[in-house]
Design a protein around this ligand. Structure first.
Ligand code: NAD
Length: 507
């Protein structure tokens, strides 16, 4: 491979077993299943391993074990200090195993190794520290609003949490959910994407090493249609936390609703990146490029619709195209690479199909729109910029989830907001301007859960994260996660002697 990361790459590949199963606690269920699924390396199309798919019966066993551990109180009733110690130790172990974790995500998703290492693995560890600390702020609330009555409101663990994660942020997604769910005392079954389960398997093993009691956490390994469906349908699941696409989200949300299980849905986006003529030009250009192409465009927060004020449009578009063409495409373990492959052949084909749709709909492909042929067997697409004639064509309405920027030109603030909001999604919105008041106005009027001013993707752990409309339901992050993974409980104690209305007394 000819670069210093080559050793990590080969060492990681060599250590991956031929078959990986689900985990019942820490025990691998490789024998339990007959169905096998291949996991591929999108860098070259090679098979990395096989998944011994967790069957519905396997999933049932996992949920029952999770419920039994929950009911036993071994974790749900553990002292806060004990839970904090496990989470803090998990964060430490994640950092100590950062290279392996990053490499496992990288060989299955094509995520650039240096990005997987930082920010992804660092962010994963950070979530465990964050929720360990957050427990300090959790206290029962006392009310004395009613006469002679003490009212105490506490948060109880919710029960068994089913956690579904996508392939684009395997470790970060798993860590956000697991750290909060475990902090609040829940037992969990995690279901990573069948494309990229390896980093999450390692994470579960590290959590047990950190001191998590047996039975509290399990990993269901397999496809959405079989393994995921069994988990989403299970009657003993009390919380469903799903991050993924709109279609799977709809199916899973319906199942959760039918048995009154609370669910968060962190779904897709088609976020507008609005650039006004009075913006800091260079920063806005940098922000537009990284916003469209970070993680090979496979980011829920991607600023995939770039809206440019007409006054600067010609210059900005020319510069954007120039920068797009100069992005260094490289293999995931190439330290110089700025963009790697798509995560799978299917994903690559999806992106390319949108180039065809763009042509059909009269959009102008300014650059890209085709496979990169420099990587035999790899799922590489050239970063693509398309000038869209209007916002209603499919490249402006569908989440492509690839390195595909749809560019639109606007004349004034009102039109920019109207285009930005003309979508069924509502995850994020970006605005770039030197006018603070305009920035606040536009950010407030964008129908999105997240609005960022003069910056590309940023995340504050304390802030709620999630979207409006088809981008999802509810929020995770900060106290929103703590609320989601717990049940509020009210205990009222009366100390007075006020008469009680008595029924059925004869005198
Ligand atoms: P996906 O919906 O295909 O899969 C997500 C998870 O759900 C996987 O584990 C999958 O196996 C499982 N699954 C799929 N169908 C299922 C079913 N019928 N029943 C039960 N489980 C099922 O998503 P993906 O392709 O892995 O990820 C890409 C999507 O995730 C994009 O739409 C992206 O925007 C979204 N995403 C959202 C956020 C966010 O925070 N809003 C973050 C990252 C990714």
């Amino acid at each position: 491979m000819g670069n210093p990361l080559s050793d990590i790459y080969h060492k990681t590949l060599a250590a991956i077993p031929d078959t990986v199963g689900g985990l019942l606690s820490g025990r691998s269920l490789t024998e339990a299943s007959v169905e096998k699924l291949a996991v591929f390396n999108p860098d070259n199309g090679d098979q990395v391993t096989m998944i011994a798919q967790s069957s519905a019966a396997d999933v049932d066993e996992m949920v029952h074990a999770a419920k039994a551990s929950f009911d036993s109180g071994i974790w749900s009733g553990a002292a806060m200090s004990e839970r904090q110690a496990v989470l803090t130790q998990a964060a430490k172990l994640i950092r100590e195993n950062a290279e392996e974790l990053a490499a496992l995500d990288s060989v299955t998703t094509g995520l650039l190794y240096h990005r997987a290492l930082k920010p992804h693995v660092q962010a994963a560890a950070g979530w465990f520290d964050y929720f360990a600390d957050a427990l300090d702020g959790i206290e029962s609330e006392r009310l004395s609003t009613l006469p002679d009555t003490d009212t105490v409101i506490s948060r109880e663990p919710a029960g068994v949490a089913a956690l579904f994660t996508p392939w684009n942020i395997p470790l970060m997604g798993a860590s956000l959910k697991l750290s909060a769910a475990l902090a609040m005392g829940n037992s969990c079954v995690i279901k990573p994407s069948e494309q990229s389960p390896l980093g999450t398997i390692k994470l579960v093993q590290l959590l047990y090493k950190a001191g998590l009691p047996e039975g509290v956490l399990h990993l269901a390994n397999g496809s959405g249609a079989i393994t995921g469906d069994a988990l989403a349908s299970h009657a003993d699941v009390d919380r469903v936390s799903f991050t993924g696409g709109e279609n799977a989200g709809r199916i899973i949300a319906e199942k959760a609703a039918s048995r009154f299980a609370k669910a968060t849905m962190e779904l897709g986006g088609k976020s507008a990146n609005i650039i006004f003529a009075d913006a800091d030009y260079d920063r806005a250009l940098d922000g537009a490029v990284i916003g469209a192409f970070a993680n090979s465009g496979q980011a829920c927060l991607a600023g995939s619709r770039i809206l440019i004020e007409r006054k600067i449009a010609d210059r900005f578009i020319a510069d954007f195209v120039g920068r797009t063409q100069s992005i260094r495409i490289g293999r995931p373990f190439d330290a110089q690479a700025e963009m790697g492959p798509q995560s799978s052949k299917a994903q690559m084909e999806r992106v390319l199909s949108f180039a065809q749709l763009a042509r059909r709909d009269g959009a102008e492909i300014l650059t890209g729109g085709e496979r990169h042929d420099g990587f035999p067997g790899g799922c590489y697409v050239k970063p693509t910029a398309v000038l869209a004639p209007s916002n209603d064509i499919s490249i402006c309405q569908e989440e492509i989830f690839g390195p595909f920027a749809a560019i639109l030109v606007f004349d004034d603030e009102e039109q920019a907001i109207s285009i930005a909001n003309d979508t069924r999604f509502g995850l994020a919105g970006y605005v770039w301007t030197g006018d603070d008041q305009k920035a606040q106005r536009v950010a407030a009027r964008m129908r999105t859960g997240y609005a960022l001013i003069n910056t590309p993707m940023l995340r504050d752990r304390n802030a709620p994260f999630g979207g409006f409309g088809h981008s999802g339901i509810d929020r995770e992050g900060g106290r929103w996660s703590l609320d989601f993974y717990s049940e509020p409980k009210t205990i009222m104690t009366h100390h007075g002697h006020a008469p009680i209305t008595s029924l059925g007394k004869s005198d």
